[in-house]
Design a protein around this ligand. Structure first.
Ligand code: ADP
Length: 348
């Protein structure tokens, strides 16, 4: 027997407020030096996280004169734990998804900067390496814990795991299904038709989608789409996109011949499209947002284009060999920080 009608729980925004509501939240994570880097004398750290935990300084050759400072929502250094990253860059989005919003958490950066570690890593207490859970397992655990403690609602939770490789969508849970199609549902939502390779390569975007359907037993009806929530027949539906983007390194780093070059061009094209979509949202004079430029942006259309919550993690390596890639990743993050400036202008 369903419980008596009850109003939906009031939506609490955990870090996004007023004019900040539409802005992409950008967190930078600088990983520790690897053992191999530590053992090399020519490796100089060039990335310094400042005590305010929101600015990062990149010093060319460790110089105190030639440096650039960048400001973000949060900057986490080598000592930040997986739990710290989850609390800052993921949990607020997961809680929103549980309230019926769509949310996206993406990791951007060159190969080796720590994207997969941040999103996925799980090897624990292994004698040699004791890595701990990243954002994906923590999000799933958080969702199941929340759902099992909520006795007033019925939950249906499902997951897909896909990869976009050279503009082809593959279902990583079912290797036999390839070249899936992106379709638009009647209510404007985006879904993938036909969704199951397996190993995720640095030349592909890997995307986990967790869908949470929550039966509210409330007076909400299908015409009510307040605050950007999609409500269908009394069911709140929130989708969480967890995106491990392909390595953002430039062509000459990834190999400039044959398949490598073609792969790199495809990755660059989709990351450029992603950047354009983010910039378009930041610039009120741009009315056309080029979602259709790539499969990645088409799939993330809902989460980049509307009243949804997006958290972008910029993963960087702290040492001198990677300074150009680090600067380029930080600049990508700065562009994303501007998303929502239109809302700020209106608010003022
Ligand atoms: P990417 O996914 O960006 O290519 P990885 O996540 O594979 O990079 O990280 C490269 C290496 O650095 C891996 O060996 C990983 O375990 C290690 N690493 C990355 N971030 C951290 C971190 N915050 N703490 C400890 N080791 C890390």
């Amino acid at each position: 027997k369903p419980p008596p009608d009850m109003p939906p729980s009031p939506h609490k925004s955990h870090f996004l407020q007023n004019s900040d509501n539409e802005r992409v939240k950008v967190t930078v994570r600088s990983r520790p030096l690897t053992k191999a880097e530590e053992s090399r004398e020519d490796v100089i750290p060039v990335v310094f996280v400042n005590p305010d935990k929101s600015t990062v300084t990149v010093r060319r050759k460790g110089s105190f004169v030639d440096y650039t400072e960048f400001k973000f929502d949060a900057v986490l250094g080598a000592s930040a734990t997986q739990a710290d990253v989850y609390a800052v860059a993921a949990q607020p989005i997961v809680l929103d998804v549980l309230e019926g919003y769509n949310g996206t958490i993406m990791a951007y950066g060159q190969t080796g900067a720590g994207k997969t570690y941040t999103l996925a890593d799980v090897v624990i207490n292994d004698a040699i390496q004791s890595r701990v859970e990243g954002i994906i397992p923590r999000s799933a655990a958080n969702i199941f814990e929340y759902a099992s403690n909520d006795k007033n609602h019925e939950y249906h939770i499902s997951m897909s795991y896909i990869q976009i490789y050279m503009e082809t969508i593959q279902d990583l849970l079912n290797p036999e299904t390839t070249n899936l199609q992106i379709r638009e549902a009647e209510d404007g939502g985006i879904f993938i038709a036909g969704v199951h390779e397996n190993a995720h390569s640095s030349r592909s975007h890997a995307i986990v989608i967790i869908t949470v359907e929550k039966k509210t037993f409330s007076l909400l009806d299908s015409t009510n789409s307040s605050e950007g929530r999609r409500i269908s027949k009394g069911i709140l539906v929130g989708k969480l996109f967890l995106v491990d983007l392909a390595g953002s390194e430039r062509l000459k780093k990834s190999g400039s011949e044959g398949l490598r070059a073609v792969e790199a061009m495809s990755v660059n094209m989709s990351l450029t499209a992603l950047g354009k979509c983010i910039s378009a949202r930041a610039d009120p004079s741009i009315t056309h947002v080029p979602f259709r430029d790539s499969k990645l942006t088409r799939l993330l259309q809902e989460s980049l284009g509307g009243n949804t919550k997006t958290s972008l993690i910029i993963n960087i390596a702290p040492c001198c060999d990677h300074i150009q890639e680090t600067l380029s990743s930080l600049k990508f993050g700065i562009r994303a920080m501007k998303v929502g400036s239109r809302a700020i202008l209106n608010f003022e």
